[in-house]
Every structure is written in structure tokens, then in C-alpha cells.
Design a protein around this ligand. Structure first.
Ligand code: SF4
Ligand code: SF4
Length: 692
């Protein structure tokens, strides 16, 4: 109900209401205009899936309320739902401002009476959420949060909004109780305490709280576009338009051969969706807390990358817009090249592990944003770490990334003998991969895989000297053109040879064939060897028999686990080894910590800070395991390198094996154990080692 004393009257209401709306419209125009400067990106595929998943992801804010962040989840649920429920009241409030007759719910109507107790309960709930949020910021102060004034102001606005409404209703009841006013249970109880107060005083208080509520709401509305809480408007569309492909997939540059500029060198070169990501970042810091680069003292913070998306757009808005731009709460210098604003080192620190994207409650896509700038650095400016440049040259000249290897693509075949060549008659092409063929340690895994395939009677063949690089290193190192050529060559070869199904022993190749070759019209059924062998063990085709009485911890490769949701098969292989005891590391499954080799970092020098593989090896060592199992050749090498750097791991002579090697030892001990076991941790490989 509008205030019974309307000093200075409705003129005041109209004035502030219209001014606030005009200013909000201007702020919204600026932000929408800037967003639409972004490149096109159609995000309407799998529409039904988007609609169905909207309910848990947005209405139940499913990602916000993960158990690890339960406190934050509870407070956000309280504020989110309290605020949503409150909006019906807000609409009614403004209608009342124009005229009591316009209010679509008269005090005594049935819907209003039903809504009243619910709304008051949610107002209390919202206040509890606000207090919890303030306690988190002012007392617990988790390092991942940005403890700036922005959040305090917003929490203040929300708290005042609830309090002023509760008081306005309480004074209204005290002036003149309405029918069933007891349903406004909290305000009704407050009204009891005002009994005996002069009615004119009550009216003055009612008017004061009514206008305070109005002003608070309008100020709150107008502060939002200038705050990180812009996500209140943008989170829902950002989640709806999220990419539904696996997170490890990089997008191609459209019409690459016709482009003059590659990647992203200016903020407006991002797509509209990437710019929306910038608006949506809540600065919760969950991505940063999970990031292996940040955790090991590198310059990269994925939270800062998201922050820069917004800051760079707004700080340069005056150059991009036809109207003057009011910039409040924006940091950064206008006109600074994007590569400098984001930072050369942070762009190269990223190992594309996807931990940030898994944790982000609003589905921000950090990897593509980082890789777009990396592409620009490589393809437009030729600026990259020396080791990245050397690897890309090696890929161009020799067709593989392993500088200095004494092995050829077929060395292992010559050693093993009798390995079938793929001729189109077999069911599977076994793609060995550069590392599986050219790194001495990983050749042991390749041989174990071949023995198991033979033992199980799988119909397969290999390409031998015809095999090239899958393209993952070139793409992750920012040379999209080289990747495109490699992908096209492989697809042509596969089609010529009649390849339909591929066994990949490297999760990076697996991801590339399965998820990225379709971008170039290469459609193949791809299986990782861990998945295939887990199936063969389940069917009884492969029977582990030799006891491996060891404590084994399995490390999830990012490109198998987080990026491709393959967590169980390797674990089932380990669990099925007679006598083996499986133990998990604290960061496991989807929350696994990268080994440090993704994003081309197998061959790129790691920036100063603790080595990522050392951090992960320490975690594996702390489990007490004697064996670290992996299903990735890069992880395997990273762990072997890490064991050398972690004294306890070296003292305990912890070994690292691919799950295929472990299965091979147990299934066919006579052939497998000697070779795998006699491989003392092969630190001194003759090919170019993991970068120190
Ligand atoms: S992908 Fe991994 S390394 Fe890159 S920003 Fe995200 S968490 Fe950090
Ligand atoms: S990018 Fe996502 S996880 Fe990171 S701070 Fe922003 S909202 Fe939080």
C-alpha cells in the first residue's frame, strides 16, 4: 500500500522512478551495444537439452551449491530464492506508487494473502543469507574472494531492501490493520511493539520506510551494471548459451585461409558469448582455487582472465561506442593491447586442464578465451616461448614434437615384429601417437597395448611410417593453421584406408579425433585403450591373474577425465588386478589436479614457480601408494620426472605405469613383467626431456 502521507507526494515518486529508469536504460544500452560488437557465435544447438538443464543449473543453482562450497551454496540459495520471491512484491510496490488502485493484489485478495507469509519468510531467509555472506567476507575471508567494496555495497542494498519492506508493512499494520494482517507474521509481530504510538508518527515512519525502500531498490538497480553483480542479469543467459561440447574442444577459426588476423588481439575480436562471460564473472575465485598454474605460483589466474574480459571491454568503451561512456568501478588503462592486459606469461601458463571451467558456477569458458589470445600471439605476432617455437618448428619439419629422439615411427614395430598394418580389413586402427612411438618410456606402453590386443584377439592394424601427428600439440600451442593441415591430412588418410574405428592410447589424440576432427568433417568412432581393455576384462576376454600386491593410486588425465568424462574404466582395470589395493588422491575424478603437460606444456618450458608435476607427485606420494597408474603418456612422463624431484617418492622408488602395462603384467606376466619392470625409472631419456 502506498504511503498514507505522501510528502512530497507522487511527483517525487515519478521523478525518481523515471530518472532511475532512464539511467538504467543508458547503462544497459552501453553494455548491450558493447556485447553486440563481439563476433557471431550461434549457441542454439541441442535446444531441448539447454531448456531441460536450465532448471537445475539456474533455478537450483546446481553448480553453486557443490558440497565443497556448501556454505557459499546455502547463502546463495537463500539470497537467490529470497530475491526471486520478493520480485512479485516489487512489481506490486511500483504499481502502488502510481496508484493504490493499480495494485494487482488488493490486501485481502486470496493470492496476496497466500503470498504474504511466503514472502515474509523469504525476506527473513534473504537477511540470513546476507549476514552469512558478510560473515564470510569479514570474518572467514577465503583467499579466493575479491574482498572489495562492491560486494559489501550490494549486500547492503539487499539487506536494506528487506528491512525497509518489513518495517513499511509493520507500520502500515500499526496504522490500520488490514484483513488477515496476521499473515504478514513478522511485520505483524513488529506492529505489536508500536502499539500506543501516535498515528501521525506511525504515518511518518511508514512514509519514510516506503520511500527508503523505493530509493534503495532504484539505487541497487542502477549500481548493478557497474558492479560484478551484473551477473544477476547475465548468469541465466550465460548458462543457457554455454557450449555443450566437451570442455577440451577448441573452436576452429572460421574461413581461416581468408582471414587477415588470427585469434584475438583486441577485445572486440572475441565473440559476443565470450564478452558475456566477462559480464557474468562473479569473482568467486573458484576457478583460481582449482587452477594448477595459479596454485604453483605462476602468473596466470583464470579469475583475472575473466575479470579482464569485462574490464578491457568497459575501459575501452569510449573508443567503441557512439555515446560518451560513464566508467565507474572499472580498472585498467584505455588503449593497452589486449595481449599486455592479459599478460604474455599468463597466456602461456595455461595447461588447458579445464579445472577452472569445471568449477565455474556460471560456465565461463576460460580455455578458449586464453587460447584465442595465444593464437594471436603465435600466428600474428610470432611471440611465444622459445621452447614453443622450437616445438612448432619440429612439428612442421619432422611431423612430430619429439626433438632429438633416436627412434623412428616404426622402431618399436621392428623390435616387436609381427604387428599388423592397417589395410581396411580390420575393425580398428590402433593410433600409436607420436609419444607412443617416439619416446622410449612410452614405447613400453605401446608394446603392452599391442600384447593385450593380440591376447584378446582384437582385429586391429597400425599405420607405421604413414602415421603423423594428430595435431593436438600444434593446436594447443596456438598454430591453428598447422593443426588444420594435420587434421585434414589424417582425415584424408583415414578415409582412403577405410578407417571407421580408432583405438587411441593418448587422451590428447583421443580428444582430438573424437571431438575436434568432426569440425573438419572427420567422423570416426574413437575409443581409448583403457575403455576397451576395461570392457574386455569385464567380458572375460582378458583375465588378470598374476597378483600385483601393491598400493596403487590412479591419476586422472584431464583430457580423459574432466574433458571427456572417462573416469571409471581405468579404475576398473586397477581394481581388477589381483591383490592390488586402490587408493585415491584427495583431488580426484573431476577435481583431479593436472600433471602439468596439457596445452602443449609437455614441450614448453614452465614459468618460474613450483613445478606442477612436483605438486601432483607429492599428492600421489602422500597416499602411500607404491605405484602411480595413469592412462596418458604425458602424465606418465610427468610423474616419472616428478618422482625424481620429490625426495620421498624417489626414496620409496615409486613406479609409474600406464593401466595397460599393469593389466599386461597381470594378464600375460611372462611377456610383460620383465620389460616393464626392468625399466628403472627412465629419467635419462635420449629424446628431449620434459622441460625443467
Ligand atoms: S585450463 Fe587449467 S591451467 Fe588453464 S586457466 Fe583453467 S585451471 Fe588454469
Ligand atoms: S570465472 Fe567463474 S569461477 Fe572464476 S571467478 Fe568468475 S565466476 Fe568464479
Amino acid at each position: 500500500m502506498a504511503p498514507s502521507v505522501q510528502f512530497p507526494g507522487n511527483v517525487f515518486f515519478y521523478l525518481i522512478f523515471v530518472s532511475a529508469l532512464v539511467f538504467f536504460a543508458y547503462s544497459a544500452y552501453v553494455r548491450i551495444y558493447l556485447l553486440l560488437l563481439g563476433k557471431p557465435d550461434l549457441r542454439l544447438d541441442r535446444l531441448w537439452e539447454r531448456i531441460v538443464s536450465f532448471v537445475p543449473l539456474v533455478l537450483v543453482i546446481w553448480r553453486v551449491i557443490r558440497p565443497r562450497y556448501w556454505y557459499s551454496g546455502v547463502l546463495h540459495l537463500a539470497i537467490f530464492w529470497g530475491f526471486m520471491t520478493f520480485q512479485l512484491n516489487t512489481i506490486n510496490f511500483f504499481l502502488e506508487g502510481f496508484s493504490d488502485d493499480l495494485s494487482f493484489m488488493s490486501w485481502a485478495s486470496a493470492p496476496w494473502l497466500a503470498y504474504f507469509p511466503v514472502m515474509q519468510a523469504f525476506e527473513i531467509l534473504t537477511l540470513i543469507g546476507v549476514v552469512m555472506a558478510l560473515a564470510r567476507r569479514e570474518i572467514y575471508k577465503p583467499p579466493r574472494l575479491s574482498l572489495n567494496w562492491d560486494a559489501r555495497i550490494i549486500l547492503g542494498f539487499i539487506g536494506i531492501l528487506m528491512i525497509t519492506d518489513l518495517f513499511a508493512v509493520a507500520f502500515q499494520i500499526a496504522i490500520e490493520p488490514f484483513s488477515h494482517s496476521e499473515r504478514a507474521f513478522f511485520s505483524n509481530a513488529m506492529a505489536e511493539t508500536f502499539k500506543g504510538t501516535d498515528v501521525d508518527v506511525l504515518k511518518a515512519w511508514h512514509t519514510t520506510f516506503w520511500y527508503a525502500h523505493l530509493l534503495d531498490f532504484l539505487l541497487f538497480l542502477n549500481f548493478l551494471p557497474y558492479s560484478k553483480h551484473l551477473h544477476i542479469f547475465t548468469a541465466a543467459p550465460n548458462v543457457f548459451f554455454r557450449r555443450l561440447q566437451p570442455t577440451g574442444v577448441l573452436q576452429p577459426i572460421p574461413n581461416l585461409e581468408e582471414q587477415e588476423v588470427f585469434g584475438v588481439g583486441r577485445i572486440q575480436d572475441y565473440t559476443w558469448k565470450q564478452l558475456l562471460d566477462g559480464y557474468t564473472c562473479t569473482e568467486c575465485g573458484r576457478c583460481q582455487e582449482a587452477c594448477p598454474a595459479y596454485n604453483t605460483g605462476k602468473e596466470l589466474s583464470p579469475k583475472e582472465i575473466s575479470h579482464q574480459l569485462r574490464q578491457q571491454l568497459l575501459v575501452n568503451a569510449s573508443d567503441l561506442l557512439p555515446v560518451p561512456v560513464l566508467n565507474i568501478n572499472v580498472t585498467g588503462e584505455r588503449g593497452v593491447p589486449l595481449t599486455e592486459a592479459m599478460g604474455f606469461n599468463p597466456i602461456w601458463d595455461c595447461v588447458t586442464c579445464g579445472a577452472c571451467q569445471y568449477e565455474c558456477p556460471v560456465f565461463i569458458e576460460h580455455i578458449q578465451a586464453i587460447m584465442d589470445v595465444r593464437r594471436y600471439l603465435v600466428m600474428d605476432e610470432a611471440r611465444m616461448p622459445e621452447t614453443a617455437q622450437a616445438t612448432l618448428m619440429q612439428l612442421e619439419q619432422r611431423g612430430h614434437p619429439w626433438r632429438g629422439t633416436p627412434l623412428g615411427r616404426t622402431s618399436w614395430i621392428e623390435e616387436m615384429g609381427d604387428v599388423p598394418m592397417f589395410d581396411g580389413s580390420q575393425e580398428y586402427l590402433f593410433w600409436v601417437g607420436c609419444t607412443g612411438a617416439l619416446s622410449e618410456r612410452n614405447v613400453l606402453t605401446t608394446k603392452a597395448i599391442v600384447r593385450l590386443l593380440n591376447q584378446a584377439g582384437v582385429s586391429y592394424g597400425v599405420l607405421g611410417a604413414e602415421e603423423g601427428c594428430c595435431g593436438d600439440p600444434a593446436r594447443r600451442l596456438g598454430n591453428e593453421y598447422l593443426f588444420m593441415l594435420q587434421a585434414q591430412q589424417n582425415i584424408e588418410l583415414f578415409n582412403t584406408k577405410g578407417v571407421k574405428k580408432i583405438i587411441a592410447s593418448c587422451p590428447h589424440g583421443f580428444n582430438t579425433f573424437k571431438n575436434e576432427y568432426p569440425q573438419f568433417d572427420g567422423h570416426f568412432e574413437v575409443i581409448h585403450h583403457a575403455d576397451l581393455f576395461a570392457q574386455l576384462v569385464k567380458q572375460g576376454t582378458l583375465k588378470p591373474q598374476e597378483a600385483l600386491a601393491q598400493k596403487i593410486t590412479y591419476h586422472d588425465s584431464c583430457y580423459l577425465g574432466r574433458h571427456n568424462n572417462l573416469y571409471d574404466s581405468p579404475r576398473r582395470i586397477v581394481a581388477g588386478l589381483p591383490g592390488a589395493e586402490a587408493v585415491e588422491m584427495p583431488r580426484t575424478g573431476a577435481q583431479s589436479f593436472c600433471c602439468g603437460a596439457g596445452g602443449g606444456h609437455m614441450w614448453v618450458e614452465e614459468n618460474p614457480g613450483k613445478r606442477i608435476n612436483q605438486e601432483r607427485t607429492e599428492e600421489a606420494t602422500a597416499t602411500g601408494a607404491q605405484i602411480v597408474a595413469t592412462a596418458c603418456p604425458f602424465c606418465l612422463q610427468m610423474f616419472e620426472d616428478g618422482i625424481g624431484a620429490v625426495p620421498e617418492a624417489a626414496e620409496r622408488e615409486i613406479k609409474v605405469y600406464d593401466v595397460a602395462e599393469l593389466l599386461d603384467m597381470s594378464v600375460a606376466p611372462a611377456s610383460a613383467v620383465p620389460e616393464a619392470a626392468k625399466a628403472d625409472p627412465p629419467q635419462g631419456q635420449s629424446e628431449e626431456p620434459v622441460q625443467q
